[in-house]
Design a protein around this ligand. Structure first.
Ligand code: GDP
Length: 195
């Protein structure tokens, strides 16, 4: 059985200072609307484990899901939602930065990007923040169902080329709608937790 299928809601926190005591954790980040909540639900095989937002960018909660007694999956707030005031957006980028740079228990990062709009400025900022941690990043290029096979190959090659100098990065296509790419993510995350 997939490691994600045992995911259970653990807690929600509104401030970084309230993060729960450390277990090994893997976090999901992405621009608002990239498909992060859908991806979490698809991986956990639940319709509503993560909340697919009707008002993207409004919720700035950090949701923790537990996998057994020793691991967490962390759903971080989406960034870049245009209708949130600039000051609020900037504040969240700063908090995400602090989390990505300092959280010792964060063993790997899943970065979700809409395959049609990869590597926006804030995505690159997240990668730069996390670079100092020296831990692996796995990129899900989401909504793959909206692309032809040829377009998918093109965007995969582009992202790999752009991140050639980033230490420890891997990239795959993913679709919550078609449930494609699920096993590949499971293998990667399992590898991180087992290491
Ligand atoms: P989040 O803001 O990153 O959590 O994004 P959501 O998971 O809420 O998804 C944003 C929008 O993209 C919603 O309308 C979803 O239905 C849609 N979406 C998410 N994943 C997919 C996918 O794999 N394929 C397609 N076609 N649409 C998707």
């Amino acid at each position: 059985m997939s490691i994600f299928q045992n995911a259970r809601f653990y807690t929600t926190v509104n401030h970084m200072k309230d993060l729960p005591a450390t277990r090994a954790e893997v976090a999901f980040v992405g621009r608002s609307n990239a498909g992060k909540s859908s991806a979490i639900n698809t991986l956990a095989n639940r319709t509503r484990l993560a909340y697919v937002s009707k008002t993207p960018g409004r919720t700035q909660h950090i949701n923790f899901f537990e996998l057994g007694d020793e691991c967490f999956l962390v759903d971080l707030p989406g960034y870049g939602y245009a209708e949130v005031p600039e000051a609020v957006r900037a504040h969240w980028v700063e908090l995400l930065g602090r989390y990505l740079q300092t959280r010792q228990s964060l063993i790997g990062l899943l970065l979700i990007m809409d395959a049609r709009h990869p590597l926006k400025e804030l995505d690159r900022r997240m990668l730069e923040f996390f670079r100092v941690a020296g831990r692996p990043v796995h990129i899900l290029l989401s909504k793959a169902d909206k692309m032809s096979r040829q377009e998918q190959n093109k965007v995969l090659a582009l992202v790999k080329r752009e991140l050639a100098d980033y230490p420890s990065v891997s990239v795959q296509m993913f679709s919550s709608l078609k449930k494609t790419g699920v096993e590949e993510v499971e293998q990667v995350v399992k590898g991180w937790f087992d290491a």
